[in-house]
Design a protein around this ligand. Structure first.
Ligand code: FES
Ligand SMILES: [Fe+2]
Length: 397
């Protein structure tokens, strides 16, 4: 459901001429939220987890994706697969939680079994006799239902509707930017954490893209207000689905780690060195990435209600040496800094969500010096949500 007033606001923001912000209803209205999940998440390449959550062959893990049961498996050759987490017989959930060392996944209801590639293997007493089974032809159409997926920088992206543009196109600009000097093959995940945040997913994304709050919410980051504000930050809209900013010297003030972690290999030959540069990008609909000279910080946002968001964080260092014992303290100091920042932000998100209960929050005022990324974010949401809204979704004020 989307009311006419909201629809008018969205159309104005989408047009680009308006300095207005998204109305409060976009953060509080469950009907609007459902529509947003459909347009932004199901029809796009949404992130659902990290490949490093399944480090070994024979693993299977269920993931709640917008309330829908999804299954990620890793077969005996180490290959990943993503399926609807339901049995082909009567639709019982196939895997709950996580399992390891599996060759077969057996449904708890009537014991139909599948291998980790999703092939149907056996259904007991198929024709009433002990060793009977369907014909090979029948079996071939009884496998688990696949979901389109891609793994990029350890992130598992799925397209639930099958209607998204090609993944390569979706990610192209960031791929071009990073693949040569920051190859994903060098990443080593050393820490993961999950959070439940009391706020709409857009507030989490908007806060991620907000540099203006840094000196007040995270005073420990910079040596001065000017430094932590990142006045030299360059905002970038790489594509319709990738926005963010580049901070040329973020590493300089941020590196409070006693023994600096190893950088990307060819770093020292560049001017200024990549070790100082921070790339901060949001990939619509739900991926946040902070790439620095010696680590990557990835966050996946998963809406669980209009005012609730689950967040998964993974932290990576560069190369195998950074995983050695000599860097154990550095890794743990880095994780402490990032998780402390995240705790501070989770309080902000709760306050922002509560503020949206007042209709007056619809009249927020963007600061033209600091809020460009927020403006682009609102514009992209509005483009997706305004126009082409069928009569079944319309209601009058
Ligand atoms: S529902 Fe799975 S075996 Fe019947
Ligand atoms: Fe923050």
């Amino acid at each position: 459901m989307i009311n006419k007033k909201t629809e008018r606001s969205l159309a104005a923001i989408a047009g680009g001429g308006s300095n207005a912000q998204l109305p409060s209803s976009c953060y509080t209205d469950s009907g609007y939220h459902e529509l947003e999940l459909n347009r932004f998440f199901e029809n796009s390449w949404m992130a659902i987890g990290f490949a490093s959550e399944l480090p070994r062959t024979g693993m299977a893990k269920s993931v709640d994706v917008l309330g829908k049961p999804v299954l990620v498996t890793r077969d005996d050759q180490g290959k990943f697969h993503v399926f609807a987490n339901i049995c082909r017989h009567r639709g019982h959930i196939l895997v709950e939680g996580e399992c390891t060392n599996k060759k077969l996944l057996t449904c708890p209801y009537h014991a139909w079994s599948y291998d980790l590639k999703g092939n149907f293997v056996v259904a007991p007493f198929w024709d009433g006799t002990e060793n009977s089974s369907p014909t090979s032809e029948e079996k071939s159409s009884m496998g688990l239902i696949s979901i389109a997926f891609e793994i990029w920088y350890d992130i598992i992206f799925v397209n639930l509707s099958g209607k998204a543009e090609a993944f390569e196109k979706h990610i192209q600009e960031l791929q071009i930017r990073w693949h040569q000097h920051r190859p994903p093959s060098l990443l080593n995940c050393f820490s993961q954490q999950s959070y439940s945040l009391n706020g709409n997913w857009k507030l989490v994304a908007e806060n991620f893209l907000d540099n203006y709050h840094l000196p007040w919410i995270h005073p420990e980051i910079g040596d001065s207000i000017e430094a932590s504000l990142g006045l030299e930050v360059e905002n970038q809209r790489l594509s319709k689905d990738i926005i963010g900013c580049v901070h040329p010297t973020a590493g300089e003030e941020k590196n409070k780690i006693e023994k600096p972690l190893p950088c990307w290999p060819d770093d020292t030959r560049r001017h200024p060195p990549l070790s100082l540069q921070q790339d901060l990008f949001f990939i619509f609909p739900n991926t946040c990435l902070v790439m620095e000279g010696n680590y990557l910080w990835s966050m996946i946002l998963m809406p669980t209600a209009v005012d609730q968001t689950d967040e998964k964080i993974a932290l990576y260092v560069i190369g195998n040496q950074a995983m050695n014992h000599e860097y154990a303290l550095s890794r743990s100091q880095l994780a402490d800094i990032i998780y402390r920042i995240n705790d501070q932000d989770s309080q902000v998100i709760k306050q922002l969500q509560t503020g949206r209960k007042m209709h007056a929050a619809s009249c927020g005022i963007f600061n033209s010096r600091h809020d460009q990324l927020g403006k682009w974010f609102h514009q992209r949401i509005s483009e997706m949500m305004s126009g082409d809204i069928g009569p079944q979704h319309k209601q009058s004020d």
